[in-house]
Design a binder for this molecule. Structure first.
Ligand code: OOG
Ligand code: MG
Length: 258
């Protein structure tokens, strides 16, 4: 079963086709098995696409996202080197199925982080925080899934852009950092860092503690996206999205017209 799901998800991602969510066929698919599928899917992707892991992302760490997706627990996924774009480069929608974009706070670590960890320990291991835009793209029909489906699908990871205004996390109170999210120059949502589990670094503690159950950890040099600060928005070709976060600066993602 594991291998079949890995192959089907890889095929869906690389051919931009939707698949039916696997819990329809395998209702007993457990969270542990779902993370094993995710791990094998990422190994296959790294081999096939000659890429490597550069970090992690958290999913469903805000109330807005949990309510939007009907999944009330956080998840994590893997970020690969070939999922990153530099700010300013135009991103083609051709490699996605039904992409959406989310404003997030990215953490970049200069120390390994092994569980159990606390919020101060996460902040002490953080070199910089930066504004980010994550492009998510569920491989499932109509972007609908259960917890274990989305975990198997690498928590809908697809692409991301990190702004290059790097700030030390101790220079500001991330809970109170205000956020303005724009599409084509118009404000579409606002929020603050506290939308993510009360403090975005708390989402990182959740990740590190969860990873330790599987004998894994966050490595120095890795980037972690702490989760959307508000609901995700569907991307149309030609769109320009930006997020500005108080004290962190802003980042823009430009999507090509064709
Ligand atoms: C799951 C991934 C959610 C976030 O930041 O909450 C996520 C999804 O909604 O498809 O990346
Ligand atoms: Mg996200």
């Amino acid at each position: 079963m594991i291998d079949t799901i890995v192959q089907k998800l890889y095929h869906a991602q690389s051919n931009q086709v939707e698949v039916r969510k696997f819990t329809d066929e395998y209702p007993d698919l457990s969270t542990e098995t779902a993370y094993t599928i995710q791990e094998q899917l990422m190994e296959l992707t790294c081999q096939e696409q000659s890429t490597r892991q550069v970090g992690w992302k958290l999913g469903l760490t805000s109330k807005a996202k949990q309510e939007m997706m009907g999944v009330h627990e956080p998840t994590y996924g893997v970020l690969l080197e070939n999922m990153a774009s530099d700010e300013g480069s135009s991103i083609s929608l051709a490699s996605f199925i039904h992409p959406k974009v989310e404003p997030e706070i990215a953490f970049i670590f200069n120390k390994d982080l092994r569980g159990p960890v606390s919020v101060p320990e996460v902040l002490a291991a953080t070199a910089f925080v930066a504004p980010a835009l994550e492009i998510i793209d569920s491989r499932y029909e109509n972007f609908r899934f259960t917890l274990n489906d989305v975990i198997a699908d690498n928590s809908s990871s697809a692409h991301y852009v990190i702004g290059d205004s790097f700030v030390a996390p101790t220079d500001l109170d991330l809970r109170l950092a205000g956020m303005v999210f724009k599409q084509n120059g118009k404000i579409i949502d606002t929020g603050a860092g506290a939308a993510v589990m009360g403090h975005p670094a708390r989402a990182i503690t959740w990740l590190v503690n969860k990873l330790s159950e599987r004998g894994q950890y966050v490595k120095a040099g890795e980037v972690v996206l702490s989760g959307a600060l508000c609901g995700a928005v569907t991307i149309d070709s030609g769109d320009v999205f930006s997020v500005s976060i108080d004290g962190l600066g802003s980042v823009t993602a430009v999507f090509s017209k064709e």
